[in-house]
Ligand binder design. Structure first.
Ligand SMILES: Nc1ncnc2c1ncn2[C@@H]1O[C@H](COP(=O)(O)OP(=O)(O)OP(=O)(O)O)[C@@H](O)[C@H]1O
Ligand SMILES: [Mg+2]
Length: 309
């Protein structure tokens, strides 16, 4: 048995678009996910994350390159691969005319679980996603976040060896999100492997052992959240609201990240008093916090965008 849960080798995908130019969604993505790992794929909208997940989960054929899951090639051995994976698709919806309980149970039965274990697993998954109160109402009557929780419950109930989750916590409240994180951790403790995408970088940080940043169909960065944060050159972030044009004033204090709201100075505790002195002197609003994955992401992807332009 392969020691890796997933190995992707130079995966390319070009979508043919009727009447338009072809779209190069993936331009040679290679990555590895070890057994029992939780790995996050990050990247801007349109970077290629969903395309990759679809290829890796047998739903879409690559233009070239290969992906293997537990040593089985996803295209040549799709049936074997399907039996060891489960997928939460991006913007998936539960069947409207089933209840969450029926949805999870039916899915488990279709995957071959016997009645008794399907029933037990259904109860556990609904409890984990805190869906008991609405478990016997039609999905169509559920709120958006409750529907999404039903999608996640369906997949975690399988405890499949490899789980693909494409933005699993979209639209969930902060409690529900943490419930999903806890379920993910429990699954990997029991031996499952998880590949997820998310735009919530606090989630990526809380959850992933490793991460890949995909940009324009290529792997831009491969590492840990901690490693990536170190790369931005400091542990503190001073944010100057509306200070985007003040790069020159602050460039000597650390590395700078700009977003539409603020100028962020990534710096060290020793420089803090000086920076605050300048900010107060200029009557600027400055807030201080730890460097998060968000700054690292903005910096690394921003640098790549600048280099392309
Ligand atoms: N069926 C399709 N036909 C043509 N182009 C497509 C198709 N699906 C996706 N694309 C394009 O491929 C690229 C990658 O899309 P993909 O859905 O993989 O991105 P993503 O990283 O998942 O983005 P998001 O964060 O918005 O979900 C985009 O440019 C997108 O417009
Ligand atoms: Mg997507």
């Amino acid at each position: 048995m392969s020691p890796e849960a997933l190995v992707a080798d130079r995966v390319r995908k070009t979508y043919r678009v009727r009447g338009g130019a072809p779209v190069d969604a993936l331009s040679g993505v290679s990555l590895r996910v070890g057994k029992g790992e939780r790995v996050a794929l990050l990247g801007r909208n349109g970077a290629g994350k969903t395309t990759f997940l679809k290829i890796a989960s047998t739903l879409l054929a690559p233009t070239s390159g290969t992906v293997s899951v537990f040593g089985h090639e996803v295209q040549a051995e799709a049936d074997i691969v399907r039996s060891s994976i489960a997928v939460v698709p991006q913007e998936g919806k539960p069947f409207f005319h089933l209840t969450p309980r029926e949805q999870v149970y039916t899915y488990l039965r279709a995957r071959g679980f016997d009645r008794a274990s399907a029933k037990t697993r259904t109860g556990e998954a609904l409890a984990q996603m805190e869906l008991e109160e609405v478990a016997d109402r039609l999905n169509i009557t559920l709120s958006g976040g409750q529907r999404q929780r039903t999608m996640v419950a369906t997949v975690i109930a399988t405890e499949a060896p490899l789980l693909f989750l494409d933005e699993p916590t979209i639209g969930m409240d902060p409690f529900a999100r943490r419930g999903v994180w806890e379920s993910m951790r429990r699954l990997t403790r029991r031996g499952s492997t998880i590949l997820l995408t998310t735009h919530y970088l606090d989630e990526a940080e809380a959850l992933s052992h490793r991460l890949y940043i995909i940009e324009r169909g290529r792997v831009l960065v491969d590492g840990s959240a901690e490693g990536l944060k170190k790369e931005v050159g400091g542990t503190l972030r001073v944010s100057i609201r509306g200070g985007q044009d003040l790069a020159e004033t602050f460039s000597s204090f650390g590395s700078l990240v700009r977003d539409p709201e603020a100028l962020h100075i990534i710096t060290t505790p020793e420089r803090l008093v000086e920076i605050m002195g300048v900010a107060v002197g200029m009557r600027l609003t400055a807030t201080v916090g730890p460097v998060t994955l968000e700054e690292a992401f903005l910096k690394v992807v921003g640098r790549s965008i600048d280099a392309e332009n």
